[in-house]
Design a protein around this ligand. Structure first.
Ligand code: GLN
Length: 515
């Protein structure tokens, strides 16, 4: 029996319905798997394993019956294909890892699911219980999370024989954003109530904005990076993507927490219940408006929607405070030195020996490395490896890499200066709405420039989120960004939730054809 209402339900509603036995985890999983199949033309999913999904659902039903279930037991989730998973292939969107199967689950995957210790070597953290969510499958992303449009994946989505970009459910000739484009498209089209994403320079916030959903990148170190395939380790951070801030709060509570045995950069800060403070009033909240976020490069339609949202925040009792983040523009050259530098080092592990692809014909070891990497990596990844190796090389290190590190620190200091006069910062997520497929694919610099508003918080390690606040050119969704000080996720989620309660018309809008 079909449950037409299940896919429109929030994470919170599904968790309750499952707990009250109004629906089983198996029925829920079956419903979503059917829906994924019906909408496979979107190209959001890159791997499914119905047997594994249903086995997880049966385990959730058993735990629900026994009263031992985690807080989100039986609620389905899709994982960005950059998190390693035992039950599904993990490719990071790369030919290099085509068909790769990990022997363990990433900490984030384990925490959302059956719990840490599920397939990972034991240690003190192994006792942590999971939230009990059921994995629907893996969703597409730009190769090694490098991109802003999800056009850089080398993997054929389910239903296709060759690589195809993920389509934006609001208009299938537009990009979904990137690099977590599959996550955003799947959630926007109600193929999953929630998805994981990762954000190095905006990859949760920007696709969330382009697809009209809600996403949060927590403070650097909040969520474990163990089992998250590394792009730029000092920036990479996992976070949830869902249709509301309320759902993101539930998901983030399950996702975060120290992982001292496996990620030495994970913060000591204990897991927090981010749902507890959603209902605080916004009266007196000081929202900083950085003038650099509202300058020339911002398109008029995005500006109008963000301005209208700010007026609505004022009506909710918030106070708008003009601030300055003077080095905003520098965040592009700084990020595009630091991220490729770290990437060139991280990607050296893909040498044809330990993981994935290995060239068939070669003469010696060096020839094997060369051919393997030439065949395995796509153009954007090669471009970044070359830039990274260059800026780290002898003679250029001081001029580029070291200089970029110094400016990175100044960008972080600018935020601390700004937070003297405001509680959080608001602005656009991206300068425009989602662009057309192919429009920028031959112009890497045009892609890089579109990251201008998300990079500063990434470089500073600050939490940032995106919430839908209107529609722009071509009827495409517009996202607003909220940036908070370190560990202020609860405040961000509260501010977004209050907006969504007062103005539900944006986050509850659904793209046509996905009702
Ligand atoms: N667009 C940025 C890049 O290509 C950010 C990607 C990300 O956050 N993973 O690096």
């Amino acid at each position: 029996m079909a449950h037409p209402e299940l896919h429109n339900m929030s994470v919170a509603e599904l968790a309750l319905a499952l707990r009250n036995k109004q629906v089983s985890a198996v029925e829920t999983a079956q419903h979503f798997l059917q829906r994924i199949d019906a909408h496979k033309a979107l190209g959001a999913f890159v791997d499914l394993n119905a047997e594994a999904t249903l086995a997880q659902a049966r385990a959730a039903d058993a735990a629900l019956a026994a009263g031992t279930a985690g807080p989100l037991a039986g609620v389905p989730i899709a994982h960005k294909d950059i998190f390693v998973t035992r039950d599904f292939a993990t490719t990071a969107g790369s030919r290099m890892l085509k068909g790769y199967r990990s022997p363990f689950d990433a900490t984030v995957v384990a925490r959302m699911g059956a719990g840490v210790g599920h397939g990972v070597p034991s240690g003190p953290a192994a006792a942590a219980a999971g939230a009990g969510m059921v994995t629907l499958g893996k969703v597409n992303c730009d190769e090694f999370a490098m991109g802003s449009s999800n056009e850089n994946s080398a993997i054929a989505p389910i239903g296709y024989d060759t690589p195809e970009p993920v389509r934006n459910p609001w208009n299938t000739s537009r990009v979904p954003g990137g690099s977590s484009g599959g996550s955003a498209a799947a959630v926007a089209a109600c193929l999953a109530p929630a998805a994981t994403g990762t954000d190095t320079g905006g990859s949760i916030r920007q696709p969330a904005a382009f697809c009209g959903i809600t996403g949060i990148k927590p403070t650097y170190g909040r969520a474990s990076r163990y089992g998250m395939i590394a792009y730029a380790s000092s920036l990479d951070q996992a976070g949830p993507m869902a249709r509301s801030a309320e759902d993101c709060a539930l998901l983030l509570s399950a996702m975060c927490g120290p992982d001292p045995d496996r990620d030495s950069t994970s913060l000591d800060t204990p897991a927090e219940d981010f749902s507890a403070s959603l209902n605080a009033q916004l009266k007196g909240l000081r929202i900083g408006i950085p003038k650099e976020f509202f300058g020339e490069g911002l398109s008029a339609d995005v500006r109008a929607a963000v301005d209208a949202a700010l007026t609505r925040y004022e009506a909710l009792g918030a106070q708008l405070v003009p601030i300055s983040l003077p080095r905003t523009e520098l965040s592009i050259p700084v990020y595009y030195i630091i991220a490729p530098a770290e990437a060139s080092s991280n990607l050296s592990r893909f040498d044809g020996v330990k993981f994935g692809h290995r060239a068939k014909d070669y003469t010696d070891l060096v020839d094997m490395y060369k051919k393997t990497r030439a065949q395995g990596f796509g153009d954007e990844v090669k471009r970044r490896i070359m830039i990274g190796a260059y800026v780290l090389s002898h003679g250029y290190y001081d001029a580029y890499y070291l200089q970029a590190q110094k400016i990175r620190r100044m960008i972080a200091d600018d935020f601390q200066q700004a937070f003297q006069s405001c509680d959080l910062i608001a602005g656009p997520v991206a300068p425009t709405v989602a662009w057309k497929l192919g429009e920028k694919s031959d112009d890497p610099v045009a892609n890089y420039l579109a990251d201008i508003f998300t990079l500063p918080a990434s470089l500073a390690g600050l939490p940032g989120m995106s919430l839908p606040v209107g529609f722009g050119e071509g009827g495409m969704p517009v996202g607003m960004q909220l940036i908070g000080n370190y560990l202020s996720e609860a405040r961000l989620l509260n501010a977004a939730h209050q907006f969504q309660v007062a103005h539900p018309e944006f986050h509850t809008a659904r793209p046509e054809g996905t009702a």
